[in-house]
Design a protein around this ligand. Structure first.
Ligand code: ADE
Length: 231
């Protein structure tokens, strides 16, 4: 997958893409991430990207005549313009189903806002898929883009060491149960034991225990997951 990120702060992403699973995916050719500084498309000597809001009010607004050309230029780098995603608190809330659909794309172009947001005409002209990562306000779309990338990457075959290891994740493939608790050695720590059933090698009993724990945990903590229609 090819991921282009448009941001005013490309440096935010450098550690993120050079560590751990993501770095492995880049090394193995499963993922290419290209960072683009939107400021490169500002054409005045101060590289102005934002201006005061029409009608007054707090904060600054990202300018349509800077943002739109920058997105169009990045989309034109490749024959396939890709799926344009704008990270904004006004978007639909990211969930596993949306991630599964984005994981099928060949190219994602992620547009990260800052300040009070984009001039609304950016949305009107570019018609992006608007995605939020939750009902809270971040300083900008960069951290939201990282959440989106990480969630989508896990679903691309070969990115995880064990090809199947995201298949049974909570929320994957229609699974709406929380995962059962996990343990590893030592067998006892500060008086707390690993549940006996996990130590006796009876796979049917282990599976049954895990199912029960999943149900119990979900009922206690996230009863809404049972009730909710698949969004
Ligand atoms: N930008 C600011 N807050 C955001 C959020 N919650 N999700 C996506 N982008 C954002």
């Amino acid at each position: 997958m090819l991921v282009d990120i448009l941001t005013l702060f490309p440096g935010i992403f450098t550690g993120f893409i050079s560590e751990s699973l993501l770095a492995g995916a880049v090394r193995n050719g499963l993922l290419t991430v290209r960072l683009h500084n939107m400021r490169d498309w500002a054409d005045d000597k101060h590289n102005t990207m934002d201006d005061t809001p029409a009608g007054g009010g707090a904060g600054m607004v990202l300018k349509v005549d800077r943002v739109v050309p920058s997105v169009e230029a990045v989309q034109a780098i490749d024959g396939d313009a890709g799926k344009l995603v704008m990270l904004t608190p006004q978007g639909r809330t990211l969930n596993q189903r949306i991630a599964e659909s984005l994981a099928k794309e060949r190219r994602l172009v992620l547009l990260c806002g800052r300040y009070e947001g984009f001039d609304d005409r950016v949305r009107q002209i570019l018609n992006p898929d608007e995605i939020s990562i939750g009902d809270y306000i971040l300083n900008g779309g960069e951290t939201a883009a990282m959440v989106l990338i990480e969630t989508v990457m896990r679903l691309i075959p070969g990115v995880l060491g064990d090809r199947d290891s995201s298949k049974f994740d909570s929320f994957s493939n229609g699974n709406r149960l929380l995962e059962s608790p996990q343990f590893t050695r030592p067998r006892e720590y500060r008086g707390l034991q690993i549940p006996e059933v996990l130590l006796n090698g009876n796979h049917a009993a282990i599976e049954k225990w895990r199912q029960e724990q999943s149900q119990k945990l979900t009922r206690e903590r996230r009863p809404d997951l049972f009730d909710r229609e698949r969004e």
